[in-house]
Ligand binder design. Structure first.
Ligand code: AMP
Length: 215
């Protein structure tokens, strides 16, 4: 399947994407994960991206498009992909349209996961993530803590709070989302591609997607 997952930070895009990859071998492509990998590796791209990321702003469109043009042409994306956190601005969506047309790829749907703001805020402040880049399991200190505090159940690596999950960065990320990313729902609605799912349950979101694409 070929999907774009839209939604505020903390709406559950990553969780839903991980659930969908198990269905047909489509890969999750998260620009946030790719960027965090570049930051860890200390690459020029990572150095340029880090300040934007830590402050809750966006990495420039040209940087993201260069990165995604390469990523979408890697062999594992041929089976299908779930775009998580991309596009995030109207110029990125327009550039993606052009890129997909050039590559002869058609999307199955654009899914907007709509979750109330108070739930988002609560989730982001209580979210913890496995620090192992190969794992990145997501926990929640209130609703899904690791069995042993601070240690990933799956791989044993430390479970951490992301640098951009301080209260200040979170409120900036939500502001950035409202200003730059929320308008994408209207953009895809006009094109007739949009499926909005208002639910805080990832299982329900996955079911709605399966129904939409006939799985
Ligand atoms: P995420 O893990 O998707 O919340 O992304 C973490 C951070 O990476 C964001 O707050 C942005 O600074 C940056 N980022 C991720 N995806 C994009 C994108 N498509 N465009 C611009 N910046 C992005």
């Amino acid at each position: 399947m070929r999907l774009i997952l839209l939604g505020a930070p903390g709406a559950g895009k990553g969780t839903v994407a991980k659930m969908l990859t198990g269905l047909d071998g489509s890969v999750q492509i998260s620009t946030g994960d790719i960027l965090r990998g570049e930051v860890r590796a200390g690459s020029d791209l990572g150095k340029a991206a880090k300040q934007h990321m830590d402050s809750g702003g966006l990495v420039p469109d040209e940087v993201i498009m260069g990165m995604m043009e390469k990523r979408l042409q890697q062999p594992d994306a041929a089976k299908g992909f779930l775009l998580d956190g991309f596009p995030r601005t109207i110029p990125q969506a327009e550039a993606l349209d052009q890129l997909l047309a050039k590559l002869g790829i058609q999307l199955d749907a654009v899914v907007n996961i709509d979750v109330p703001r108070d739930v988002i805020l609560d989730r982001l402040t209580t979210r913890r993530t496995c620090s192992n880049p190969e794992c990145q399991e997501i926990y929640n200190v209130k609703t899904r803590p690791p069995k042993q505090e601070g240690v990933c159940d799956k791989c044993g690596s430390p479970v951490i709070q992301r640098d951009d999950e301080t209260e200040e960065a979170i409120s900036k990320r939500l502001e950035t989302y409202n200003e730059k990313t929320a308008p994408l729902a209207g953009y895809y609605e006009k094109k007739g591609d949009l499926l909005t799912v208002s639910s805080t349950s990832s299982d329900e979101v996955v079911d709605a997607i399966k129904k939409r694409i006939g799985m």
